[in-house]
Design a protein around this ligand. Structure first.
Ligand code: C2E
Ligand code: CA
Ligand code: CA
Ligand code: CA
Length: 279
């Protein structure tokens, strides 16, 4: 047992060493990627209970020249830790706004579509965050109500005072704010009521087993009901199967996102999807 214990420790150290090297390499590559413009955006449609497209979430993609596509789940944390997310986040915002602008000019739909973008912890904590967003918007003719900022529960709860100040300012400008990955953090309902938010996104880990696990079903039912009492809309993410949709519709969930409807897609494909579903 002793020997194997020692082996376990060595194995662990080797892994740490390897992952440190990988991180350093990734950091170097991320810096280059910004210069070489290796990032792109995809858009995952959100639909209403009629399965009509009402908007989309912006998701960033990185195609490394040698390694190919790298998952944002892998590179966003490194970008966050190295501060590169600030530069990347600005680029994502600019590209998202210009996409929104093209969308409002295109004849694919008469409806106003909204776009949700993910805000990382470091980005949200910048002291000039609100000013940056406000300036980016006023440089273009886009109304802030068409932009939803997705902020995770963890970020908001991390510094309640700063969060509530920023949310007030963002709301003042007219942005919509959504709590991302809801249910995975430790939000207190009391704080939730105090924070000026518009929407909750139920995390996909709760949606996954909704039709087989009574506990998950009960949790989602409670989240939706509580949200509606607080005047918030609810978006379910990671909807993959019809029974999940049936359950969520029955609970009066407001909007849906997931592979059952659409995968994240490039702009041209999104426009095509719009033409097919809106009339
Ligand atoms: P998230 O914000 O929770 O994004 C949802 C993730 O779920 C996306 O993965 C999306 O492609 C995936 N997804 C959507 N529908 C389904 C489904 O039906 N089933 C399953 N299994 N997955 C589904 P993605 O694009 O790999 O992004 C992962 C995470 O990376 C995001 O989680 C977000 O935290 C971060 N991220 C992605 N894009 C951005 C960005 O532009 N900025 C920032 N700050 N973070 C981003
Ligand atoms: Ca999100
Ligand atoms: Ca999410
Ligand atoms: Ca997530």
């Amino acid at each position: 047992a002793k020997a194997s214990g020692r082996n376990t420790v060595r194995f662990f150290e080797q892994n740490m060493q390897q992952s440190l090297e990988q991180r350093l390499l990734m950091e170097k590559d991320l810096r280059l990627a910004l210069k070489r413009q290796e990032f792109s955006l995809v858009f995952q449609p959100q639909v209403d209970n009629q399965q009509k497209i009402i908007g989309a979430e912006t998701l960033v993609r990185w195609t490394h020249p040698k390694r190919g596509p790298v998952s944002p789940a892998d590179f966003i944390p490194v970008a966050e830790e190295t501060g590169l997310i600030i530069q990347l986040g600005k680029w994502i915002l600019e590209e998202s706004l210009s996409f929104l602008q093209r969308l409002s000019q295109s004849k694919a739909t008469k409806n106003d579509l909204h776009l949700s973008i993910n805000i990382s912890p470091l980005q949200f904590r910048q002291s000039d965050m609100v000013a940056d967003f406000s300036n980016a918007l006023s440089a273009r003719e886009i109304s802030p109500e068409f932009l939803t900022l997705e902020i995770t529960e963890g970020i908001l709860m991390d510094d309640i005072a700063d969060s509530s100040t920023k949310l007030e300012q963002l709301k003042e400008i007219g942005f919509r704010v959504s709590i991302d990955d809801f249910g995975t953090g430790y939000s207190s309902l009391a704080y939730l009521k105090q924070l000026n938010i518009d929407e909750l996104k139920v995390d996909q880990s709760f949606i996954r087993d909704i039709s087989s696990d009574p506990n998950d079903a009960a949790i989602v039912e409670a989240i939706i009901s509580m949200s509606h009492h607080l005047g918030l809309r609810v978006v379910a993410e990671g909807v993959e199967e019809h029974p999940q949709l049936v359950f969520l519709t029955h609970q009066h969930c407001d909007a849906f996102q997931g592979y059952y409807f659409y995968k994240p897609m490039a702009e041209a494909e999104f426009i095509e999807a719009l033409k097919k579903t809106t009339r």
